[in-house]
Ligand binder design. Structure first.
Ligand code: DQA
Length: 149
């Protein structure tokens, strides 16, 4: 069975570590990628981990994941609150999606309370920092286990 999880990150997340550390912490995106790699090894999953600042590129990646991956973990960053196109691409992929945010978006500005992705996601994890990515992977591992049981 395909156990590849596509972990995709939206705009400005390449700046983690130096970007608003009081909100997003001190870990870099490379730290989070390494953390996800270690978790995936333990859980028997494969991952592809990417980030882009270009919405069209993210759309192309989601389209390409349809026949290659078994699930998507996405931190759409600012596009969470603006992009119907990303939501539509995720639906078209027909893959289960888990939405992750490092910060608790509900504690922040009102414009961050709306997500175009949440209503089509299996689940949403926010406010737990990089731990949210590990929780999402752990959920996929259980989901795939149940499918093969
Ligand atoms: C974020 C929250 C978004 O509102 C913000 O635009 C981001 C990061 C998070 O991980 O907490 O860039 O997705």
């Amino acid at each position: 069975m395909n156990r590849t999880v596509f972990i995709i990150n939206g705009p400005n997340l390449n700046l983690l570590g130096t970007r608003e550390p009081a909100t997003y912490g001190h870990e870099t995106l490379a730290d989070i990628a390494a953390l996800c790699g270690r978790s995936a090894d333990k859980l028997g999953l494969k991952i592809e981990f990417r980030q882009t600042n270009h919405e069209g590129e993210l759309l192309d990646w989601i389209h390409g994941a349809r026949n290659r991956c078994a699930g998507i973990v996405i931190n759409p960053a600012a596009w969470t609150h603006t992009s119907v196109a990303i939501r539509d691409a995720l639906v078209a992929s027909e893959l289960p999606v888990i939405e992750v945010h490092l910060s608790n978006v509900h504690k922040r500005e009102p414009f961050r309370h709306l997500s175009f992705v949440s209503s089509i996601a299996v689940g949403v994890i926010c406010g737990l920092g990089s731990h949210g990515y590990r929780m999402a992977l752990s959920h996929f591992a259980e989901m795939f286990q149940e499918r093969t049981a």
